[in-house]
Ligand binder design. Structure first.
Ligand code: ADP
Length: 325
C-alpha cells in the first residue's frame, strides 16, 4: 500500500524537515532531538504560540469514555513489546466486566492483528465512526493491519502521513460508550508515532507508560532513552518489564539465562532510575506459538511460570493506574 491508496490529508511540514519532524503545529516544534540540525529549528522554536489544532477537542470528546490510557514502549524492536501489549490486553479483559481496547500505532510494522488471530478481518465504519475489531466481546483492536490488502503489504510513509493516520484512529474510532483500558502498542524508539500520540492525547491525558526490555545492556541503554522521552513529554512511567528473562525448561522448570543481564538487567536499571520494576517474563517457546495461532498464552498455559509473571505484572499495572470507576 502506498500513500496514494488512502485519502489522508498531509500536514503542513517543510519539505526540508527531518524525517521525524513533529510538525510545525506541534508545541514540540523545534524543541525535540529530531529537530537538531533542521534548517527550520530556530523558526519553529521561536515562532510563539501555535494556533490550536481543531482536531484536539474532537479527540478529547472521543476519548471521554476511555478511563485509562496506557502506552507500551520499547527502545528496540524484537524485545516482545507487541507480545506484551497483547498479553496485557488478554489479561485485562479476563474480567468480563472490563472493556479493553488495543490501539496499534506501529504503522510500518503492525503485528497486533496477527497476535490476536485477526488477520482476515477488515475495518468497517458506521455513522458513529470506525468500528474496532472484537477479539472477544470485551477485547477489541484497531490497527492499520486491518486496512492492508495483504499481510505482506508494506507501508512506506514518512512522519506526517503516519501522524495523520494516528490522529484519525484517535478521532474516528468508536470504542463504544465506555472503555476501561486503552493499551497503545507503539513502534520501537521515540519517533513520530510517539510524539503524535502524546501530542494528540495531551488534553485527555495519558495515564502512564510501560517500558519493555530484554536483560542485555544493549537493550537497557535504549530504555534510558525511553525514560528521557517520557520525562520530556510529561508521561508518567508505570514501570519496566524485563521480557525474555531467562529460559524456563518446560520439563523441569529449571531456569537458564539465555540473554545474560551483564549490568544487572531491568531490575538494576529500575533501581538506578527510581522507577518500578514490574517483573520478569521468562523466554517460553509456547508464547511465540500462541502468538502465531492468535490465541491467549495466558489462557492456554495458565500454570506456566510466564503466565504467573504476567499476572503479577498486570496486577501491579492495574494498581498503579488506580480504580477504573
Ligand atoms: P517487538 O514488538 O518488541 O518487536 P514482538 O512482540 O514482535 O517484539 O516479539 C518478537 C518475537 O519474540 C515474537 O516472535 C514473539 O513471539 C517472541 N517473544 C516475545 N516474548 C517472548 C517470550 N517471553 N518468550 C518467547 N518468545 C517471545
Amino acid at each position: 500500500m502506498t500513500q496514494a491508496d488512502m485519502e489522508v490529508p498531509v500536514l503542513d511540514v517543510p519539505v526540508d524537515a527531518p524525517e521525524h519532524c513533529p510538525g510545525t503545529e506541534s508545541e514540540l516544534a523545534g524543541k525535540v532531538s529530531a529537530c537538531d540540525g533542521c534548517p527550520n529549528q530556530t523558526t519553529c522554536a521561536s515562532s510563539g504560540p501555535k494556533p490550536p489544532d481543531p482536531d484536539i477537542p474532537i479527540i478529547k470528546e472521543r476519548m471521554k469514555g476511555v478511563k485509562k490510557k496506557i502506552l507500551v514502549l520499547s527502545g528496540k524492536g524484537g524485545v516482545g513489546k507487541s507480545t506484551f501489549s497483547s498479553g496485557l490486553g488478554w489479561a485485562l479483559s479476563a474480567d468480563e466486566e472490563v472493556q479493553t481496547g488495543l490501539l496499534d500505532i506501529d504503522i510500518c510494522g503492525p503485528s497486533l492483528p496477527h497476535l490476536l488471530g485477526l488477520t482476515k478481518e477488515t475495518l468497517h465504519t458506521s455513522s458513529s465512526g470506525w468500528s474496532p475489531i472484537y477479539v472477544t466481546p470485551n477485547l477489541s483492536c484497531i490497527s492499520i493491519g486491518f486496512l492492508l490488502p495483504s499481510t505482506s503489504s508494506a507501508i512506506i510513509w514518512r512522519g506526517p502521513k503516519k501522524n495523520q493516520l494516528i490522529k484519525q484512529f484517535l478521532k474516528d474510532v468508536d470504542w463504544g460508550d465506555s472503555l476501561d483500558y486503552l493499551v497503545v502498542d507503539t513502534p520501537p524508539g521515540t519517533s513520530d508515532e510517539h510524539l503524535s500520540v502524546v501530542q494528540y492525547l495531551k488534553e485527555g491525558g495519558i495515564d502512564g507508560a510501560v517500558l519493555v526490555t530484554t536483560p542485555q545492556e544493549v537493550s537497557l541503554q535504549d530504555v534510558r532513552k525511553e525514560l528521557d522521552f517520557c520525562r520530556k513529554v510529561g508521561v508518567k512511567v508505570l514501570g519496566v518489564v524485563e521480557n525474555m528473562s531467562g529460559f524456563v525448561c518446560p520439563s523441569c522448570n529449571g531456569k537458564s539465562d539465555v540473554f545474560f543481564p551483564s549490568t544487572g538487567g531491568a531490575k538494576a536499571l529500575a533501581e538506578e532510575a527510581g522507577i518500578t520494576f514490574l517483573g520478569a517474563i521468562p523466554l517460553d517457546p509456547r508464547i511465540g506459538k500462541s502468538c502465531d495461532f492468535g490465541v491467549s498464552f495466558l489462557e492456554e498455559y495458565p500454570n506456566s511460570p510466564a503466565t504467573k509473571a504476567y499476572v503479577e505484572i498486570v496486577d501491579k499495572i492495574r494498581d498503579a493506574l488506580g480504580p477504573i470507576d
